[in-house]
Each structure stands twice: as C-alpha cells, then as structure tokens.
Design a protein around this ligand. Structure first.
Ligand code: HEM
Length: 405
C-alpha cells in the first residue's frame, strides 16, 4: 500500500509562493494535491513528515483520536528549531486531552457566540473611532498600525484584563514568537518575556480581582484548580492568538479586496449582515492565514488515502491548500464573496478547532462591514510588488499596508 519514494524527489516544506500570486498557496502544493491526498515532504531539520493536502483527509485526521498535538512527543514536526527550556510550550494548543480539555474548559465561557454578540456594539465603537482618527490624520497611512492591529488588540485586552497601554511590548514580542525565521534564542526570550508579563498580571489579579478572564484564572489558582505558570501560559496563548491572527486577516483581506474591485464593491454597497458574514467566511477560506499547517504526530498506524501512516510519523495538515481543494469548493482559486464557504478549515477542525472563532468572525464582520463603506475611496498607496508579505511567519499576512483615500 505504501509507495516507495525516491528521497531526492521529496519536496521541501514550506515552499515559496509564486511572486505574482501572493494570496495563493505555493504551486507545489497544488501539484501535490492533484497527485493524491498525502505526500512525504522534507522540513527544515531534514525529517520527512506526511503532508496532507486534501480537505476530506485533513478533517478525518484532525478529528482522529489516534493523532496527537503534543509537541513534546518524538516525531512531532516542529515548524522551526527551538531551544529547550522548561515549560516552553504555549499551553493547551500543543497538548492532548484530557489536559487540553481541562485547560480549554476554563477559558471557553467568554468565547461562546452568545457572549461574543454582546460585545458587538463595543467593537463597532472601536472600529468607528479608529476610522474617525484615520480620516482626521494624514493620507497615506499604514493600515496595519492605524486599524488592523489596534482593533483586535483593544478587544482582547479588554476581555483578558491586559492594559492596552502595553500594546507595543506585547505586539513586538508576539511578532518575534511567531516568526519562523527568528533565531531560536530570540524566540525563546520573547516567549519568556510574555510569560513573565502575564505572570505579573495574574499576580495583580490574585490581589485585586476584576470581571476579566485573567481574574477568572486567578480564582482558579486560589481554588487549587490551576497553577500560576499554567495560567500565565494560557494568558500568552490567548493574548497572541487573540490579536495577531485577526489583525492579519483585516490587513490581508483588505489587500485581497483592493485587488478584486468587483468583490470589494459588493461589500462597499451592502448593509446586509448575511452578505458580510458570508464574505468573512470566504476571505477566511481564500486567504487561510495559518499557512504553515496544523502539526500532529500519529500515535498508532493509520490507514488513509491509500497510504499507511506509521505510529510516530509526523503529520502536517496543510489547511491552506485544503481550503483550495476543488472536491470541497468548486473553482477554489476564485475569490467569490457570494459562495457558501462555511465548511472551510481556516479555523482548523476537531478538538483543537479555534476557540476564538466567534470573536474573530464578529471582529471581521464589523471591520470589513464598516471600513469600505465609510472610506469608499480607499486605495493602495504603493504597488503590490512593494508590499512586504509575511512569508516567514507562522501566520501569513502583510507587515505593512500603505493606503490612501
Ligand atoms: C482570523 C483569526 C483566527 C484564525 C484564522 C485562527 C486560526 C486558528 C486555528 C487554525 C487553530 C487550530 C490550531 C490547531 O489545530 O493546531 C486555532 C486555535 C486556537 N485559536 Fe484561533 N484563530 C483566529 C483567531 C483567534 C482569536 C481571536 C482567538 C482568541 C483568543 C483565538 C484563540 C485560539 C486558541 C486558544 C486556540 C487553541 C484551541 C485548542 O487548542 O483547543 N484564535 N486558531
């Protein structure tokens, strides 16, 4: 059943995107997907995990209890070198049940769709205020600094109980933490600084509790249900995941729309919440910013897609190309805001499926639903070729986006 592959023919992962198609996955992923659902690839340390390219097999494996997200297991395909430090894993995203479920349960209440909807008016106010400031200032401006980063940062700070005044500190360190190309020592130091910062905040909440999520975690510590280091690492996960991802979606989504004027026009002219919500799903599918794949390791032999994955084999579920699988989404490389894209895997699938997705969806609906209507003349203030893309990041996006109106 398993094919013998000539080692010289194993492609390198991650691969480069085509310069002219900054929104599309690398062409080699398209080619691999056409050949079959799984292929061996070579990663930075010379190891050869499986790359899973097709949508159905990705969902099947992400939902399979024989597959582990535990980064400490041998065979786990790390995305970049690490220096080993005690407790360096970024909380439950890299753990298996029951530990993963125990920790996730402690933070999930504020992220339900119902609770997130109550925040919509406050998010609308933030978005309107930032657009007011932008319009009152000089044009061109960098949309990342002026809009894309502050929207989710302000919101996650409020939810967690982190002072927004510290945004430069946590944004700078988050950027290092998720840069694959960063020196491992530098990345470990950024992580340690973030853990130290969150640990201080948790300490403050132990003394003076509030209504925020870190205060809830402080109560769990007092009840001996959680250790302080666990709380600090969960805080880092929520803070980093809560602002970097959505910020990249806002900026990259805006660029994709500016490059597809007919699609941008749909958003500019509508106040139909259903169309806006559908547009968010399609942009999540089309851009799939978590482009370095979901990483897993097999716990047992698994037969799938005409191959046998052996216990201990590493797996990379490339959800960017999964979202462009023609068997799941007809004409997948076309950005079509009117299509039904809700079954995309941009938020992953299975037990680790994104905890913050109701929040991300709502923020993106408010941001996309407001920006282009309020600034109908928004345009790119440079050539596409000059935009710095995050090819080296765990999360894809743009480092800056000069826009004018
Ligand atoms: C557009 C924005 C976002 C995208 C594309 C995104 C994507 C993802 C993906 C693909 C995963 C699955 C990881 C895996 O299976 O290995 C994930 C997990 C996670 N995300 Fe998001 N995310 C976004 C926004 C957010 C926000 C706003 C938060 C808020 C705190 C958040 C918190 C988390 C957490 C805590 C996990 C880990 C879940 C678990 O392991 O059980 N994300 N996200």
């Amino acid at each position: 059943m398993t094919e013998t592959v000539n080692p010289a023919e194993i492609p390198q992962f991650p691969a480069a995107r085509a310069a002219r198609c900054p929104f599309d996955p690398p062409p080699v992923l398209h080619a691999l997907q056409e050949q079959g659902p799984l292929a061996k690839v070579k990663v930075w340390d010379g190891s050869t995990p499986w790359l899973v390219t097709r949508y159905e097999e990705q969902r099947a494996l992400l939902a399979d209890p024989r597959v582990s997200a535990d980064v400490t297991r041998p065979g786990y395909p790390r995305s970049a070198p690490v220096v080993s430090r005690n407790g360096s894993a970024i909380s439950f995203i890299l753990m298996d049940d029951p530990e993963h479920a125990r920790l996730r349960r402690m933070v999930q209440a504020p992220f339900t769709v119902r609770r997130i909807e109550t925040l919509r008016p406050a998010v609308q106010k933030i978005v309107d205020g930032l657009i007011d400031d932008m319009l009152a200032g000089p044009s061109p401006v960098d949309l990342v600094e002026a809009f894309a980063l502050p929207v989710p940062s302000l919101v996650i700070c409020e939810l967690l109980g982190v002072p927004y005044a510290d945004h430069e500190f946590f944004q700078d360190n988050s950027k290092i933490l998720i840069r694959r190309a960063a020196d491992p020592e530098e990345r470990a130091a950024a992580f340690a600084r973030l853990v130290g910062y969150l640990d201080d905040l948790v300490g403050q909440k132990l003394d003076h509790s509030g209504e925020d999520l870190l205060s809830r975690l402080a109560e769990r510590i007092k009840a001996d249900e959680l250790t302080r280091p666990e709380a600090a690492r969960m805080g880092v996960l929520l803070l980093v995941a809560g602002h970097e991802t959505t910020a990249n979606m806002i900026a990259l989504g805006t660029l994709a729309l500016l490059e597809h004027p007919d699609q941008l026009d749909l958003l500019r002219r509508t106040d139909d919440p259903k169309l806006v919500a559908g547009a968010v799903e399609e942009l999540l599918r089309y851009l799939n910013i978590t482009h370095s794949g979901r990483r897993r390791v097999a716990l047992e032999d698994i037969e799938i897609g005409g191959q046998v994955i052996r216990a201990g084999d590493g797996l990379i579920l490339a959800n960017d190309i999964g979202n462009r699988d023609p068997a799941a989404f007809p004409d997948p490389d076309r950005l079509d805001l009117r299509r039904d894209a809700r079954r995309h895997v941009a938020f992953g699938f299975g037990v680790h499926q994104c905890l913050g997705q109701p929040l991300a969806r709502m923020e993106l609906q408010v941001a996309y639903g407001t920006l282009y209507r309020r600034v109908p003349t928004l345009r790119l203030a440079t050539e596409l070729e000059r935009i710095p893309f995050k090819h080296d990041g765990q999360v894809y996006g743009v480092y800056e986006l000069p826009v004018a109106w």
